[in-house]
Design a protein. Structure first.
Length: 568
């Protein structure tokens, strides 16, 4: 665990300056120890203090020189001083040498142990230079990332692939195992995978057609074509991906599922979930990128409004009941659930999950991979959980009445249950359970909270431009008179070198609906989703549309994007 930030001097400084209460500091220290992060990093990610605020405070208190790391060329750091073990251990970065002094970039100038270790390693006198923690994190990521371009080998394009000798289709398929080890294909696939990681793709699609073969990345929820290799290589590309996924190369008539693990550095690896599907012109292969770091996201980064975040945290703190997260595939349900599990994942709790498949590994959580062919279903896994003294149970998805009934029974007998359904809104989640055959009184007594969500693309902060929209049009779009009167600025995407079509990253849009007595009464009386939604709205619950429009008023996303992901 990094020692940075856990020194008494820095802790007492925050108290003495009145920036944190003793309780806030105590909770932050506990969180930093649990997540194996520095105290400074924990304070910044939890938004208790900003990175700039901490750096300026330390500069005033200790007189340590302050450097803007955004203006520093990390590639200029001499290789001799890049002791990656010490960098990872202390979360500090050697920056440059002057005379017999080595200057160490740190967000915590009280971390004397780090300076001593670097001094001993380099044989030079080590001195601290203050840097902002968020900028330090970006610099460390660049330094600690091993050269994945070694996988790329650069310069390989469709023209190079076109030079590969290919036999006729039938003969090629008979020799696909041999062809899968063809060096140009190996290099090309590695290039595609590393490009996808660099560009922040969530999925890769390898698609054969009659006269062409295309490869597409899903970036920020939108598919983009990135490559069109020769169609006569479709079999070899599929074979190579199946070899990497440990799938049966000879089986081309049935769908298969596999997994690839790619190690990027000593501290970071990426998993790919692979699915093959026989189509008219060959096997379509879809790969989903599973980045375990997304499970470590703080709830502050997911896009919940303050009142919505508090509702989620309050219901996570309850000892029993059910929290349901709903939305279509790719709407961020998994990250919301894993964020909740990460908050609950303490030494005092026994947590078990049933998932199909297990997407992200969480240390301290007992995760079960569902195998329907072997008889291990959600329902059978859930029954086994209840015999193992659980405190928290997560069911990947409630698909049938049997699973729903066991989950509700668990929620009614002293367990906290988290799960997902595929519905369009919070209200429709309740009617879906009713339609499955779950009695209304069981739903009303067991469900604590329902979260419906979508992912919208964030506007690029560097190039977004104000957009003039008449007031009557804003009113038609759904903005309230109060919002219009406040005079907010609507922004539109433009596009620059730093983004994709004016957007960069995504943000969650949420409808967070707690179970109230009034909503429970509507359910017990057999009310439909419209009646439930009407009651929720009367109680102040913002639906997905209103939550999206609120993001527009904050300058986070555009009206076009909200229209794309919510009903209008």
């Amino acid at each position: 665990m990094p020692t940075s930030g856990l020194h008494l001097g820095l802790s007492t400084l925050f108290i003495r300056k009145g920036l944190l209460s003793e309780q806030q500091l105590s909770e932050a220290i506990a969180t930093s120890r649990k997540n194996r992060h520095s105290l400074v990093t924990t304070l910044v990610t939890s938004k208790l203090l900003s990175a700039r605020e901490i750096a300026e405070l330390c500069y005033e208190e200790y007189g340590t020189p302050l450097l803007d790391l955004a203006e520093f060329d990390v590639s200029s750091i001499p290789e001799d001083f890049l002791n990656k073990k010490l960098i990872e251990k202390h979360r500090c970065l050697p920056l440059f040498k002057r005379g017999n002094r080595l200057y160490i970039g740190t967000s915590d100038p009280t971390n004397i142990a780090a300076l001593e270790d670097f001094q001993f390693s380099a044989g030079l006198h080590a001195e601290a230079i203050l840097v902002e923690d968020d900028k330090l994190a970006k610099a460390l990521e660049k330094v600690l990332e091993e050269d994945i371009s070694a996988l790329d080998l650069g310069g390989l394009d469709e023209e190079a692939l076109a030079g590969i000798e290919v036999t006729d289709t039938d003969k090629r398929q008979d020799n696909e195992t041999e062809g899968a080890d063809d060096a140009p294909i190996v290099i090309y696939i590695n290039k595609i995978l590393t490009d996808a990681i660099r560009r922040g793709a969530s999925d890769l699609h390898f698609e054969p057609y009659e006269k062409r073969y295309r490869i597409r990345f899903r970036i920020d929820g939108i598919l983009h074509e990135v490559s069109e290799p020769p169609i006569n290589l479709s079999g070899r590309i599929a074979a190579r991906l199946k070899v990497m996924s440990k799938l049966d190369i000879a089986e081309r008539r049935l769908p298969q599922d596999g997994r690839i693990k790619m190690k990027l550095s000593r501290t970071k690896s990426i998993d790919f979930r692979v699915s093959t599907l026989p189509t008219l012109w060959g096997e379509k292969i879809v790969m989903r990128i599973l980045d375990s770091s997304s499970a470590q996201l703080g709830i502050e980064k997911l896009g919940y409004e303050p009142d919505q975040k508090q509702l989620y945290l309050d219901n996570l703190a309850k000892p029993q009941g059910m929290i349901l997260v709903t939305g279509p595939t790719g709407s961020g349900k998994t990250v919301s659930l894993y964020t909740g599990l990460n908050i609950l994942n303490t030494e005092e709790r026994n947590i078990s999950t049933a998932e199909d498949p297990v997407e992200i590994n969480l240390e301290g959580v007992n995760q079960v991979h569902i195998n329907t062919k072997a008889g291990l279903t959600f329902a059978s896994a859930l029954r086994s959980f209840l015999r193992q003294d659980p405190d928290v149970v997560m069911v990947g998805e409630i698909r049938d009445l049997e699973t729903a009934e066991i989950a509700i029974k668990a929620a009614q007998t002293g367990h906290l249950v988290l799960s997902t359904l595929h519905t369009n809104s919070a209200a429709e989640t309740l009617t879906r359970l009713l339609n499955m055959g779950v009695p209304g009184y069981n739903i009303a007594s067991s469900v604590n909270l329902i979260i419906a969500q979508r992912l919208a693309r964030r506007l690029c902060p560097e190039c977004k431009q104000p957009e003039e929209i008449p007031e009557h049009e804003l009113e038609r779009l759904g903005f309230s008179p109060e919002q219009i009167a406040s005079g907010f600025t609507v922004y539109k995407p433009c596009g620059c070198d730093l983004c994709s079509g004016g957007y960069k990253g995504r943000v969650g849009i949420y409808e967070v609906m707690p179970m109230s007595d009034e909503i429970a009464r509507v359910i017990m009386e057999g009310g439909n989703s419209l009646e439930i939604a009407r009651m929720a709205k009367a109680q102040g619950v913002r639906d997905l549309r209103l939550s999206g429009l609120l993001k527009v008023t904050q300058g986070v996303t555009s009206i076009t994007e909200v229209n794309r992901v919510t009903s209008f």
